[in-house]
Design a protein around this ligand. Structure first.
Ligand code: DX5
Ligand code: ZN
Length: 223
C-alpha cells in the first residue's frame, strides 16, 4: 500500500485552527493526527472534547486520535462522538488492553496501540492480531518538536517481523521527530504512516512539505 501522511495539529496555530485545518483539507494529507494529553500520563496538557469537535466540524479528513491519557476507557465513547475515526491508546496506560481494544472496535473506530520508546516491541506479541495500528513513539510523548530517537528503525523492523503472518496489514505509524531526512528510511524499514507536526507546520510552504512526505517512494531503486 501507498504510505499515509498524518500531520499533527499539536503544532498548528491554535488561534487560527480553522485556517490550518482548511490547509490540511487542501493538502495531500491522509489523516489529521490529534494529540490528547492529560498532564498525568505525560507532563503536558493539550486540549479536550470541545476542540476535537471543532476540528471535526471543519475537517474533511479522518481524525487520528492519539490518547496520551490514563484510564482511556472512561473517555472512548466521547472521543468517538467528538469525531474520532482512529483511536490509539497507550500500551503503558492500559491494564486490560485487550478489553480496551475491543471497546474501540465496538465503537466502530480503527483500534491502535501507542508504544513508548522504552517499551519492548515483544510486549505487543499477544495483541498485534487484534489491532489495526501501532503508533510507535519515536520521541518520549508529551511535546512536539523533539529530537527523533534512532533506535526506532530497529524497532520498526522488529515489529514488522512480529506482525508477519499474524497481521500483515498492520499499520505502523511513526510519531515524533519525523522530518524530510528520516521519512524515507522509516518507510524503507517498514513503517507506512508518518505523523509530522513541527516539520509540516514550521515549513514556509506547508502544502509542499506534506506533498514531499507523500511523494516519497520507498520501493524506488536508488542508483
Ligand atoms: C508527541 C505527539 C506527537 C507530536 C509530534 O507526544 O504524540 O504527535 O505532535 O510532533 P513532531 O512531529 O513535531 O515531533
Ligand atoms: Zn501523537
Amino acid at each position: 500500500m501507498k504510505h499515509l501522511v498524518a500531520p499533527s495539529i499539536l503544532s498548528a496555530d491554535f488561534a487560527n485552527l480553522q485556517r490550518d485545518i482548511e490547509m490540511l483539507n487542501n493538502s495531500e494529507a491522509d489523516w489529521i493526527h490529534v494529540d490528547i494529553m492529560d498532564g498525568l500520563f505525560v507532563p503536558n496538557i493539550s486540549f479536550g472534547f470541545p476542540v476535537v469537535k471543532a476540528v471535526k466540524h471543519h475537517a474533511a479528513k479522518p481524525l487520528d486520535v492519539h490518547l496520551m491519557i490514563v484510564e482511556p476507557d472512561r473517555y472512548l465513547g466521547q472521543f468517538k462522538e467528538a469525531g474520532a475515526t482512529n483511536i490509539s491508546v497507550h500500551f503503558e496506560a492500559c491494564i486490560h488492553l485487550h478489553r480496551t481494544i475491543q471497546k474501540i472496535k465496538e465503537l466502530g473506530c480503527r483500534a491502535g496501540v501507542a508504544i513508548n520508546p522504552h517499551t519492548p516491541i515483544a510486549h505487543l506479541n499477544d495483541i498485534v492480531e487484534d489491532i489495526d495500528l501501532v503508533c510507535m513513539m519515536s520521541v518520549n510523548p508529551g511535546f512536539g518538536g523533539q529530537q527523533f530517537i534512532e533506535s526506532t528503525y530497529r524497532r520498526i523492523r522488529e515489529l514488522r517481523l512480529l506482525a508477519e503472518g499474524k497481521n500483515p496489514d498492520l499499520l505502523i505509524e511513526i510519531d515524533g521527530g519525523v522530518n524530510h531526512q528520516n521519512a524515507l528510511p522509516l518507510l524503507q524499514a517498514g513503517a507506512n504512516v508518518l505523523v509530522a507536526g513541527n516539520t509540516v507546520f514550521s515549513a514556509a510552504d506547508q502544502l509542499k512539505s506534506i506533498r514531499q512526505l507523500k511523494e516519497l517512494s520507498p520501493t524506488a531503486k536508488t542508483i
